[in-house]
Design a protein around this ligand. Structure first.
Ligand code: SF4
Ligand code: SF4
Length: 357
């Protein structure tokens, strides 16, 4: 007799409602307003008068099980047993009783966690995977995040900035991360180096050829074996060929650098998206503390803090003062590398016939 077909196992995100604090579930879509009683704490008030306090602390994105258990124990003992993580790897505890807020903050602080990241602070640097999970990084994203946030703890804990500052990392040059008020992205500066002995065993050559955005890769026979060759004059050193073909090694201790971009912002209910622009390039990818990249980020933050008007986001501030003034005020050098001369950028360059002064 034919066996009954098993039903498919659905995978993917579970229903989030089952994990929500009951007050949060009950008032879904019914919140009247929220307040910020102190840095790191939010108070949400519902149309029916229900109140919910949220305490936010920064964490590293990739948590070991011991830290996770410690955070959950704090939630059980000092909170009400409910947590969630924000998109920027902050942990949030929800409580319906105001009296629990200060003991919860103390428990987190005593355990070494930093409470903050709300309103006009520097939020937690959003974190790409780096060496631990991904197969193509050119730097250790977790290390960059840790070393920068160590120096920005004061800005995370306090409301010192003109508006919120979102920072992002990207540990390769082509994929996730890399769109924020300040973005720290990998920048490759030389074409890939091909290990011809491995290409025919490891790479699907047509896919690699198709992957290159500037058609710089061609099939070739090298030492009688099928391989690939790169037209280095065309190559823009993006690294897009490395994921499908690891023998096209592009990471390099000396030539893979970091670049800093500013002014990126996603669209929201009030404003359209803005694209970030390169402001510092060729910064050494210098583990374990990346002091050169951190110094540039701190310089930009200091200038923004001193010069922007209240509630101006980074992109609003730069738009008001203009890019030449941005470079003057931050003291960052403007070099030929800031000029977008990629031939595919015809659409992004100013191609109009109007002359503007
Ligand atoms: S930025 Fe690139 S290397 Fe880093 S996690 Fe994303 S895909 Fe992987
Ligand atoms: S690095 Fe980018 S531009 Fe250069 S060959 Fe690879 S895919 Fe093409």
């Amino acid at each position: 007799m034919a066996q009954e077909m098993r039903s498919p196992i659905e995978s993917g995100c579970p229903d989030g409602f089952q994990y929500m604090h009951p007050i949060m579930r009950k008032n879904y879509g019914q919140w009247a307003y929220h307040e910020d009683p102190q840095p790191g704490v939010l108070l949400h008030v519902s149309n029916n008068g229900d109140k919910m306090w949220t305490v936010r602390a920064g964490t590293q994105r990739i948590l070991d099980v011991f830290t996770l258990r410690k955070l959950c124990d704090i939630g059980d003992e000092y909170g009400e047993g409910y947590i969630h993580f924000t998109i920027r790897s902050n942990i949030e505890y929800q409580v319906a009783d105001e009296a629990k807020v200060q003991p919860l903050i103390k428990a987190l602080t005593d355990a070494g966690f930093i409470v903050g990241g709300t309103r006009n602070s520097v939020a937690m640097l959003s974190h790409t995977q780096g060496w631990l999970h991904c197969d193509i990084p050119g730097t250790d994203a977790s290390g960059v995040v840790k070393s920068m946030m160590d120096e920005l703890i004061g800005e995370f804990q306090n409301w010192n900035m003109p508006n919120r500052v979102h920072m992002t990392t990207s540990c390769c040059q082509i994929n996730c991360g890399g769109q924020g008020d300040i973005a720290i992205n990998v920048q490759h500066t030389k074409p890939p180096k091909i290990n011809h002995d491995l290409v025919s065993n490891v790479c699907e050559r047509p896919s690699v050829v198709a992957r290159c955005p500037v058609a710089a890769i061609r099939p070739a026979l090298v030492n009688g074996k099928p391989s690939l060759e790169v037209d280095e004059k065309k190559c823009i050193c993006c690294g897009a060929c490395f994921p499908p073909c690891p023998p096209m090694q592009i990471n390099d201790a000396e030539h893979s650098k970091l670049a800093i971009w500013v002014g990126g912002n996603h669209s929201n209910a009030r404003s359209k998206p803005t694209f970030q622009k390169l402001v510092a390039s060729g910064i050494p990818n210098n583990p374990p503390r990346w002091p050169e990249a951190t110094a540039v980020v701190k310089k930009i933050l200091k200038t923004y803090k001193e010069d922007a008007k209240d509630w101006e986001r980074m992109n609003d501030w730069i738009e008001r003062i203009g890019w030449p003034r941005f470079f003057e005020k931050t003291g960052l050098p403007f070099t030929k590398y800031h000029i977008d001369n990629w031939r595919g950028a015809r659409a992004s360059l100013n191609a109009s016939t109007h002359i503007r002064f």
